[in-house]
Design a binder for this molecule. Structure first.
Ligand code: SAH
Length: 409
């Protein structure tokens, strides 16, 4: 693998291997969708090794974009620049990282004791790279071989731009295989965090396990939605299914004024941290329990339990298009029970983080669930992920999180 991209600004463009599209296939890429699948490609001219910089051209040889090649992935080329002659060199990556970091500063997500997603892959024009900041530590997630090949450079730039105390690498299940990435989870620069870190979000304190926790340790994408859900908690009994380390539950109790909160998650480690988080925030009316949703929810319904606020934030049910139908059935089942558990005129906050389930699909699920539960449902708000997870308008796949706030009559 030739890991290092050509760095000379003046190197002749003819040196770059060319990926030639099939006829009529360039529109999507001209409108800046960053993933070029094998089926759109006619041929590769020149010698392109995995991780190499390539130029994408139309069938007639006209420039479309610059990207990085990987024959091992279904995404043969990931595109990064639509400017002819722009090398994907150190200056280029530095500028992209700077732009991403500037957005978070602009959002006010720069509490030194807080956390934020600094880089969100396609959403920041950096397909295959995610960087989360927890206090002065960074978690770097690499989901593209081209980013793995450039990791030493990217880490050097992140150190230069953010002066962290330490950087850890986290990989995503399935992606290492899909891309041919050989990276492993672990500390990669500076000092590794000693045990869970204490991080502030929405004025509350959270223990985050960057090494062993889900994703990079915390579900940063739900930051704003936790506050929103808390608005509907006042004076109510709350059910938080899939509570992880207590994000929604503790916010609903500490900031929302819930009467009591019942919260379940199937992960014992998550429940352990959730209990610690409740203590840290001096919250005493949240009961955390280990439980499987598919067992717990029918039991609650059978016991005639009702809640003024029900929160459903399940894991990703569909990892691929092929898994869509089964996932839709699971969302339907879950939301039907969620509605049955909501008292009349209560609130249901329901989420889906499956990228292959669209907002429309999810709304259809809610229509079907409401019909079966024999309830009328008003949608009060529709949310996505927090704005440190920007959606690239031409890459709908970046809009993975749907969060509907419903009044269930
Ligand atoms: N709401 C959380 C994030 C939830 S992520 C927050 O704000 O931080 C989804 C959670 O569902 C994970 O913690 C996972 O452990 C849990 N989970 C996965 N399958 C489950 C199941 N069948 N029953 C209960 N919990 C499950």
């Amino acid at each position: 693998m030739r890991a290092v991209p050509p760095s000379s600004q003046s190197a002749p463009v003819e040196m770059l291997p060319k990926v030639v599209l099939k006829p009529q296939k360039s529109r999507k890429f001209s409108s800046r969708h960053p993933w070029v699948f094998e089926k759109a490609i006619d041929r590769v001219e020149g010698d392109a090794a995995d991780g190499d910089e390539v130029e994408l051209v139309t069938h007639r040889g006209k420039f479309v974009a610059r990207g990085v090649f990987n024959a091992r992935s279904r995404i043969r080329v990931r595109l990064y620049s639509w400017t002819a002659g722009q090398w994907l060199d150190e200056m280029f990556w530095r500028q992209r990282l700077q732009e991403a970091i500037a957005l978070r500063r602009h959002l006010g997500y720069d509490d030194p004791e807080g956390a934020a997603r600094l880089v969100f892959s396609e959403g920041d024009g950096l397909s295959g790279l995610v960087v989360d900041r927890y206090r002065d530590y960074l978690a770097v997630q690499v989901t593209a071989l081209g980013m793995e090949a450039r990791l030493p450079l990217l880490i050097r730039l992140l150190v230069e731009l953010t002066q962290p105390r330490g950087i850890v690498v986290r990989t995503e299940r399935g992606m290492t295989q899909a891309e041919g990435i050989s990276l492993r989870d672990g500390p990669s620069w500076g000092e590794p965090p000693q045990g869970p870190l204490l991080v502030r979000e929405n004025g509350l304190l959270w223990q985050v396990d960057m090494m062993e926790g889900h994703k990079t340790g915390f579900y940063l994408d739900q930051r704003e939605n936790r506050l929103l859900a808390a608005r509907f908690a006042k004076g109510r009994r709350v059910l938080d299914m899939f509570c992880y380390t207590g994000g929604f539950s503790i916010t609903a109790s500490a900031l929302g004024g819930a009467v009591e909160v019942t919260a379940f998650d199937s992960s014992p480690k998550a429940i352990e941290l959730a209990k610690q988080n409740a203590e840290l925030n001096k919250v005493t009316n949240v009961r955390f329990g280990e439980g499987e949703a598919f067992q717990v929810l029918p039991e609650l319904v059978a016991a005639g339990q009702r809640f003024g606020l029900v929160i459903l934030d399940p894991p990703k049910f569909a990892r691929s298009r092929a898994a869509r139908q089964e996932a839709l059935r699971a969302y339907h089942w879950l939301n039907r029970l969620g509605m049955e558990l909501t008292e009349p005129a209560g609130t249901l906050v329901t989420c889906s983080c499956s990228g292959v389930i669209s907002r429309e699909d999810f709304r259809d699920v809610l229509i079907g669930a409401a019909q079966q539960a024999r309830r009328s449902v008003q949608v009060l708000e529709q949310r996505g992920a927090s704005p440190d997870h920007p959606v690239a308008v031409n890459c709908p796949e970046t809009e993975y999180l749907k969060c509907f706030v419903c009044r269930v009559i």
